[in-house]
Write a protein that binds this ligand. Structure first.
Ligand SMILES: [Zn+2]
Length: 226
């Protein structure tokens, strides 16, 4: 009688171990799947079309990238291929009483590094340690090679404050920029995918066709390639 009981317990233990091992195996597979999906979404092949190149914290500026620039009246520069569309968009805004300006256009890698260094210094001045200052600054400022401003086809747009407010400009752009080939590059709620939090001023040229699709589907540029 006693041996039978022991044998029964032994079988139950074996079964439990088998079930646990099986569940662990399934869990590992699930984690693996999620992980590979995440890495696929973050790496996007370099587009052969200049207006569809993705640059973000996981996708660096192509090494051989070069750009011809047009200088705006306030000294900011943009890729000369987007200049006509930018001008058309600003003209349309003005006819509706909205007065946008380009606060920042093209940036070189050196300028990007300077912005990062300034940010690090600001944190050090606030009493942060060197390593903590660097870590915090990198959460806010893109590393050289990963800023879309280095493409020359992204612009930070603000208001001519003597004529209207930033909020009015952002609202107009959110509704109309796609008609001229520009998209809100860092929409709210997409930070996990873009790597950047909501920036209502940052617009990026992708061409009218892609911009319309992105606008209508409410997606971000990275999702356009899925
Ligand atoms: Zn920007």
């Amino acid at each position: 009688m006693a041996t039978k009981k022991k044998k029964g317990k032994w079988i139950v233990k074996l079964l439990k171990a088998a079930v646990t091992a099986y569940l662990l195996l399934i869990l590992c597979q699930l984690i693996g799947n999620v992980y590979s999906k995440l890495s696929i979404t973050h790496k996007i092949p370099v587009s052969e079309e200049w207006n569809l190149i993705v640059v973000n914290r996981w996708n660096e500026l192509p090494e051989d990238y070069s750009v011809e620039l047009t200088e705006l009246s306030n000294g900011q520069k943009v890729d000369n291929r987007i200049y006509p569309y930018l001008q058309e968009m600003f003209n349309a805004a003005r006819t509706e009483g909205i007065y946008p300006i380009v606060r920042e256009g093209y940036r070189t890698a050196e300028e990007q590094q300077e912005i990062l260094d300034d940010k690090i210094q600001t944190y050090i001045n606030q009493g942060y340690s060197q390593s903590r200052a660097e870590k915090t600054a990198k959460e806010w400022v893109a590393l050289p090679g990963t800023s879309e401003h280095q493409l020359g086809i992204a612009v930070d747009i603000n208001a001519d404050k003597s004529k209207c407010s930033n909020e009015e400009v952002y609202a107009w752009l959110a509704e109309n920029a796609y008609k001229y080939g520009f998209i809100l590059r860092y929409p709210p709620g997409k930070q996990e995918i873009t790597g950047t939090s909501y920036e209502p001023w940052h617009y990026r040229y992708v061409g009218v066709e892609a911009a319309q699709e992105i606008y209508e589907q409410g997606i971000c540029l990275e999702e356009y390639f899925e």
